[in-house]
Design a binder for this molecule. Structure first.
Ligand code: NAD
Length: 286
């Protein structure tokens, strides 16, 4: 058996095409386009590449963007000052601070400084609380993208067993909540899970976000399961690779996302969607 590959790049392209049309309509209705502000601190090449991708996607869908590049030596106070300015700026709908930040800056404090209404990443405690309470909230981009990828398989999570490997605040926990909302029976595995294979073999839907290249092997997957690989790392040859051993898992899974070209493009696309959502919420609030 060979898995159907979930083409995140293509799915994401079709979402972006629809957003382009939507933004033209929104501009006609509200007199301006949505605007995303991205702050990057320092010169980490991976962060710079992610930020470039975000700005490029914003241009592609036809929204405005602002890139604020700050030196790694900036003080926490100065950074908070930039956020306060963007919070107060009526022309900015979404604010994203690229993580990780230099060690001398408290990321939690920075995330909390963004007004929840412009929190396109959905990391502000207010948005996190609202998500867990089932109230209206900004849903973090990667988990949101994972749910959209799942939808394309036509497999309804209702009544299925979903296993998530990883319990981070940005992927594992929110995706668990979204799958719970979709009526799946959810199991979260992590570094203290005693027998990972025993757990993953139960999964009809398996989301792997451990940050360990090739962790999930084919014999850990129930035949026909949907496998979503969130991991991004570099293998020994320096090539991008995920947490799933693609070769073996593609033999047992029913559906599988590749790395690159799976979850990654959807994360950026959902950032565009969240910015549009923030824009509409703000336009309707005034
Ligand atoms: P993290 O390091 O914050 O969390 C990893 C989680 O995996 C932890 O909860 C840990 O308990 C668990 N884990 C680690 N090793 C394990 C093991 N051997 N067995 C079981 N559980 C294990 O990472 P994160 O921020 O959630 O990111 C996870 C991966 O996803 C990384 O590779 C990251 O680069 C990638 N990522 C990709 C996107 C995207 O857009 N594609 C977005 C966010 C993160």
């Amino acid at each position: 058996m060979s898995a159907v590959i979930i083409d995140g790049k293509q799915i994401s392209a079709s979402f972006k095409e629809k957003m382009r049309e939507r933004i033209v309509e929104l501009e006609a209705k509200y007199g301006r386009k949505p605007c995303l502000a991205v702050i990057i601190v320092g010169e980490d090449p991976a962060s710079q590449s992610y930020v470039r991708g975000k700005i490029k996607a914003a241009a592609f869908v036809g929204m405005d963007s602002r890139l604020i590049e700050l030196p790694a030596t900036i003080s926490e106070e100065e950074l908070l000052g930039h956020i306060a300015d963007l919070n107060a700026d009526g022309g900015v709908d979404g604010i994203l601070v690229q993580l990780p930040l230099p060690r001398h800056i408290n990321s939690d404090k920075v995330i909390e400084a963004i007004v929840p209404m412009k929190d396109v990443d959905g990391f502000h405690p207010m948005n996190v609380a609202n998500l867990w309470l089932g109230l209206e909230s900004m849903v973090p981009c990667t988990p949101k993208g994972i749910m959209k990828l799942l939808e394309t398989t036509g497999i309804n999570p209702d009544g299925k067993i979903a296993v998530i490997v990883g319990r981070s605040n940005i992927v594992g926990k929110p995706v668990a909540k979204l799958l719970l909302d979709a009526n799946a029976t959810v199991i979260i595995a992590h570094t203290h899970t005693a027998d990972l294979k025993k757990i993953t073999l139960q999964a009809d839907i398996l989301v792997v976000a451990a940050g360990k290249i090739g962790l999930l092997k084919g014999d850990m997957v129930k035949p026909g399961a949907v496998v979503i690989d969130v991991g991004i790392g570099r293998n020994s040859e320096g090539k991008l690779a995920g947490d799933v051993d693609f070769q073996s898992v593609s033999q047992s899974a029913g559906y599988l996302t590749p790395v690159p070209g799976g979850v990654g493009p959807m994360t950026i696309t959902m950032l565009m969607e969240n910015t549009i959502e923030c824009f509409i919420n703000r336009m309707n609030a005034v």
